[in-house]
Design a protein around this ligand. Sequence first.
Ligand SMILES: [Zn+2]
Ligand SMILES: [Zn+2]
Length: 365
Amino acid sequence: MAFRQLTLGQGVARLTIIETLVSPLRPAAATLLQPASISSIYSLGAALMIAFAWLALRRRRRGRPVVVKALVRAIFSRRVLLHRSTFADLAYCVIGLATLGAIIGWAVVSTSWISDGVAAFLTRCLGPHPEPHGPDFVLNGARTLALFLAYDLGFFIDHTLKHRIPALWELHKAHHSAEVLTPLVNFRVHPLDSLILANNLALIIGLIGGAAQYALGRQAMSFTLFDQNVLMLLYIYLTAQLQHSEIWIPFTGVWGRVFMSPAHHQLHHSADPAHFNCNLGASLAIWDWLMGSLRMPSVEPPRLAFGVSGHTHDPHGVMGLVVDPAIKALIVLCRQLFGMGAREPYLQGLTQRRPGNLAKSESVE
Ligand SMILES: [Zn+2]
Ligand SMILES: [Zn+2]
């Protein structure tokens, strides 16, 4: 009996240790395995299929034979996969997955708290909104669209601020320091940049969601799949992963003024000054179109270089990716708020992006 108790006790202790070791991996598993996650292995699989289909179609249109080996070589380019930038993204991805969920979990303002507050405020100021008449699917569709637009507008506003406010640009520059583009660049975001984005999104989705709740009534529900807005799912599965790739898939004409194609975001990452601060939206191009920051991609893939210059440290190391952006952001903030002068070496390349001596990326055929 004593032995049995001892065994059980050891089993419990072992379980606790395993649980303790595994618990930091839970947010990582959720990010990679939940179908609604923006970085899941399923949306990555969908992106790969789209890439294969697109490249095959393009070769056929040019009258060239569709050779699977050539397509695999184009998608899994050795130059891209073996680049130092990709290794840094991989390390950043692993560390970020294990830590970021916990940090952002407690630091984000509550969207439902804001939307409930906005709905209550509107009711107090304007009186109770008359119950909207209409079929459920129309009201639900309107709420689905309103929340999707709220996310996209929130992302656009946050991204614009990151490019316009020097202190925020110092943080956001870590994302732009990627010299080659793979879906791993999705993870190359400074923790403070992620934190600010999460709060801005919560605020804007809360504000617009509250107005939608007031106008459409509490009964209106978004259409969801896997607990995710269906329009958001379309974005995640059709373009989100490919926006950080070097496969040139352009939306042109009216289509390209409404939706942000992978090529739009590749131009956003371009080191060419002509492309700086363009295409700041996530899934929709309409905000950029309205604000004059839209740059339409060409049909044929241009030769682009990616990355930023003016680094004090290696942009693919811990100092360059994590420590340096935070110090520079603080210095720029102090300089702007209190008129304090920044000292070398942090003055160099502080807010201005300049094209560096970057290797030209090959166009992917
Ligand atoms: Zn950006
Ligand atoms: Zn990006």
